[in-house]
Design a protein around this ligand. Structure first.
Ligand SMILES: [Fe+2]
Length: 236
């Protein structure tokens, strides 16, 4: 498989087709985690590319398709068509934006989450726009973030997009939450609580959909990415 596919044991990164949001070009990726059952948990399935499904099939049967926020929707239906037995789990507000895409479960309701023993989750609060679910794969100590943290690769940007992404705050290792997205967090107190919940997890790696992932040392980087929320709560 392409990209730095073998990110950790039982964790693979899948490069997807580039996407545009509000005209801004983004690289995009999905992540596959093999659960103890042998089944595959697919985070943010993207638009299928040539040979993608064959590569996935070599890893095991697809058990779950995860829509981590209401924006990342493009791959859900083609993956469900290819893997009809896979259970689709949607972010809390996904169906408000995509009422015709049916899920088998909504994350954050009372429904038991079948993979939670291996992959914990938290719905990041405080935004009037984004309903992002953050995940923590315990075995690989990896945090999975979709849009809330972006670190676009400076080496592949045109001069123009390098400048735009620098100004927006999503370029390279200093990247974090885009400045326009920060403005949607009207409830900063709720966002700080979410940030603190995430920081309480024992992660060391960061997997993101847009930009460069981090192997090791991710906690300090995530802390920096949320600096706009102010200091972390002091331990009691
Ligand atoms: Fe995105």
């Amino acid at each position: 498989m392409r990209d730095d596919s073998g990110f950790a044991e039982d964790v693979w990164l899948l490069p997807g087709s580039d996407v545009r949001m509000y005209g801004i070009p983004f690289t995009n990726r999905s992540t596959i985690i093999r659960l103890k059952s042998g089944g595959l948990w697919v985070h943010s399935p993207g638009v299928p590319t040539d040979g993608l499904f064959e590569a996935v099939d070599a890893l095991g049967p697809v058990e779950y398709l995860i829509a981590p926020n209401k924006i990342h929707s493009l791959g859900i239906e083609p993956w469900k068509t290819r893997y009809p037995k896979a259970a689709v789990w949607l972010s809390p507000e996904f169906n408000k934006r995509h009422p015709t895409i049916k899920g088998d479960g909504i994350i954050g309701t009372d429904a038991p989450i079948p993979w939670q023993d291996e992959i914990d989750f938290h719905i990041f609060k405080g935004s009037s726009f984004l309903d992002e679910v953050i995940f923590f794969h315990k075995a690989s100590r990896s945090l999975l973030v979709t849009d809330l943290i972006q670190k676009h690769d400076p080496e592949v940007q045109s001069w123009f997009w390098w400048c735009v992404k620098k100004l927006v705050g999503v370029l390279g290792k200093e990247g974090g939450t885009a400045r326009d997205l920060r403005k949607t967090f009207r409830d900063k107190s709720a966002a700080r609580q979410s940030r603190d919940q995430i920081m309480s997890w024992d992660f060391d790696n960061l997997i993101i959909c847009h930009g460069q992932c981090l192997r090791g040392g991710a906690k300090a980087s995530v802390q920096d990415a949320f600096a706009w929320l102010g200091p972390t709560a002091s331990p009691a």
